[in-house]
Design a binder for this molecule. Structure first.
Ligand code: HEC
Length: 129
């Protein structure tokens, strides 16, 4: 048997993952997400906090949270600001770790189906240890 063919399934698998990554990347660019979000957290000591949590930090935070897929998709569509803003100071689990205070609604930038696809991709990222 020709040993070169043994690597083919692994190669095809890697190409499929790459194509999905490229598609999501295009979607996050077209929907404006990358204006605030990066994939990887900064590792430079002393650098100012990012505008918004890195995708991998979100994956790490929600790795064992039930219902994260639905919850985060809803947050993307409505924004993260609760309706009572103005009456009480807003804070979230990202406060102090990111410069952005809240995330605006994206209901005009992305469809619910595409938001769900982006969130599924984020949650499938390998969490940080
Ligand atoms: C204007 C800047 C900005 C843009 C554009 C933006 N985000 Fe965010 N995003 C934020 C900030 C700031 C937070 C932290 C929100 C908070 O603490 O309330 C956040 C949080 C999130 C979270 C985690 C929410 C949580 O409850 O922990 C997800 C998921 C997310 N964003 C996805 C997206 C997606 C997908 C897009 C594009 C469709 C997007 N964001 C576009 C600023 C942005």
């Amino acid at each position: 048997m020709n040993t070169r063919w043994i690597a083919l399934p692994a190669l095809l698998g890697a190409l499929t993952v790459q194509a999905a990554d490229d598609e999501i990347l295009r979607l996050t660019q077209a929907s404006g997400c990358v204006a605030c979000h990066q994939t990887e957290p900064s590792r430079t000591a002393g650098s100012p906090p990012p505008l918004a949590p890195a995708w991998r930090d979100i994956a790490t935070r929600y790795k064992s949270v039930k219902g994260a897929q639905q919850q985060l998709t809803a947050t993307v569509m409505t924004g993260s600001l609760p309706a009572d803003q103005g009456r009480s100071p807003y804070a979230s689990h990202w406060t102090g770790k990111v410069q952005g205070e809240f995330m605006p609604t994206h209901r005009h930038a992305v469809t619910q189906a595409d938001a769900a696809r982006i969130v599924a991709w984020i949650l499938a990222l390998e969490p940080l240890k």
